[in-house]
Design a binder for this molecule. Structure first.
Ligand SMILES: Nc1ncnc2c1ncn2[C@@H]1O[C@H](COP(=O)(O)OP(=O)(O)OP(=O)(O)O)[C@@H](O)[C@H]1O
Length: 341
C-alpha cells in the first residue's frame, strides 16, 4: 500500500509560531505526516509538545504559519471561507472537557451542528436519535449535561461530532478527565465507530496506554517536532527516539543498572510468552540470571513485552544463554548499562 496516496490527511513542512506575551513560541516545527484513510492514528507527547496545536492545524482552527495541510485531497490553505467551513464539517472533534451546551438537552446538543448546517428540525432529531442509539444513550435524550456522568457526556459529545457524518474524528485528550473504567468504555466505543462507520480517528493523548489500547500507528512529538512515527507494535517493541523510550519505560519501572555487567534485552512480539523462554534459558545456561526490568503489554489484542536480563558473569554461561535465546522466537540484543533503558 502506498501510504502517501492512501493518506486522508497529508501534512507537509508544517510550522506554527505564536507571538505571545513571552515572545515567540514555536509550537510546531517542520512536521511531515501522512494519516491513512480508516486508521486509528495516535499523536503522543509530553505537555507543551505541540499536540493540541497540531490537531487544531489539521482542521484549520489554527492557521499554520508555514506548510500545507491536505485533507481528503483538498489543501486547506487554498480554500475560500465557505469551502473551509464545508471541509471542517468532514472533521468532527471531541475534547477533554466535553464542551456541551449546558442549556440544551443531550438530543438538542446533537441537533446543534445539524441545525447550523441547515438540516430541518425533524430530520435533525431523527438523526440525533440514531446517534444516541449508536453511543448507547437512547434513554437519556431529554437529560441536560449536568444530569449525566462524565462518560455519558463524552458519549453525547461523540454523537454530536458524528452528526454531520464526518470522515475524520479528532479526539483531543478525550479520556483524560475520565476514570480508567470509563476510559476503557469510551475507547471501545471509538474502536467500534471506526470499525462500523469506517471513520478515520486521530487520537491526541499524553498516555501511552490509550495509544496501545486503540491505535494502529503513532507519531511521537517531542518539543514541536516529530521524534518517531510508525506502527504501534514496532514503536513499542523497538523504540528509537529518546522520547519514545521515555514514554514507554516510565521512570518508576526502571531499575538502575550497574556498569561493568552484561545485560541483554529480549523483545517479545506476541509469538512467545515469558515463562518457558526464561526458565528454559536458565536451565540451558546452568546459571541464574537476574531480571532487571520486565514489562508486558497488550497491544490490539496481542501480547508484547520486553525484559532486560543481567547475564551470568561466567563467560561460557553467558554465551550459552545468548545462544539459547537466538534459537527462540524472540528478538535479543546485548545492551550496555547506559543504553539499556
Ligand atoms: N494561542 C497560543 N498563544 C501562545 N502560545 C501558545 C498558544 N497555543 C499554544 N501555545 C504554546 O505552544 C506550545 C505547544 O502547545 P500545545 O497546547 O499544542 O501543546 P500540547 O502538547 O497540546 O500540551 P498539553 O498536553 O499541555 O495541552 C506550548 O509552548 C504552548 O504554550
Amino acid at each position: 500500500m502506498n501510504l502517501e496516496q492512501d493518506a486522508i490527511v497529508r501534512i507537509r513542512s508544517l510550522n506554527k509560531t505564536f507571538i505571545g506575551r513571552a515572545g515567540r513560541v514555536t509550537a510546531l516545527d517542520g512536521i511531515d505526516l501522512d494519516i491513512r484513510r480508516g486508521e486509528i492514528f495516535g499523536i503522543i507527547g509530553l505537555s507543551g509538545a505541540g499536540k493540541s496545536t497540531l490537531v487544531r492545524c489539521i482542521n484549520f482552527l489554527e492557521k499554520p504559519t508555514a506548510g500545507t495541510v491536505t485533507v481528503d485531497g483538498q489543501e486547506l490553505g487554498s480554500l475560500s471561507k465557505k469551502q473551509l467551513l464545508e471541509a471542517r464539517r468532514s472533521m468532527g472533534m471531541i475534547f477533554q472537557q466535553f464542551n456541551l451546551l449546558q442549556q440544551r438537552t443531550a438530543l438538542q446538543n446533537i441537533c446543534f451542528p445539524l441545525e447550523i448546517a441547515g438540516t430541518s428540525k425533524a430530520d435533525a432529531e431523527k438523526r440525533a436519535k440514531e446517534l444516541l442509539e449508536i453511543v448507547g444513550l437512547s434513554d437519556r435524550a431529554g437529560n441536560y449535561p449536568s444530569q449525566l456522568s462524565g462518560g455519558q457526556q463524552q458519549r453525547v459529545a461523540i454523537a454530536r461530532a458524528l452528526a454531520t457524518s464526518p470522515k475524520i474524528l479528532l479526539c483531543d485528550e478525550a479520556t483524560s478527565a475520565l476514570d480508567p473504567t470509563t476510559t476503557r468504555s469510551i475507547l471501545a466505543l471509538l474502536k467500534e465507530i471506526n470499525r462500523t462507520l469506517g471513520i478515520t480517528i486521530i487520537v491526541i493523548t499524553h498516555e501511552m496506554a490509550v495509544i496501545e489500547e486503540i491505535c494502529q500507528r503513532v507519531a511521537i512529538i517531542d518539543s514541536s517536532r516529530i521524534a518517531e512515527v510508525g506502527a504501534v507494535d514496532d514503536v513499542f517493541t523497538r523504540p528509537q527516539s529518546a522520547m519514545a523510550k521515555q514514554l514507554i519505560y516510565p521512570d518508576g519501572k526502571r531499575r538502575a543498572l550497574a556498569t561493568g555487567k552484561r545485560y541483554c534485552r529480549i523483545v517479545f512480539d506476541g509469538n512467545s510468552s515469558f515463562e518457558p523462554v526464561v526458565s528454559n534459558m536458565v536451565l540451558e545456561c546452568k546459571a541464574p540470571v537476574n531480571i532487571m526490568f520486565a514489562d508486558t503489554k497488550n497491544i490490539d489484542g496481542k501480547a508484547y513485552g520486553q525484559m532486560i536480563l543481567q547475564l551470568p558473569e561466567d563467560e561460557r554461561a553467558a554465551k550459552r544463554a545468548l545462544a539459547y535465546l537466538e534459537t527462540q522466537n524472540v528478538h535479543t540484543e546485548e545492551v550496555d548499562a547506559n543504553a539499556a533503558v
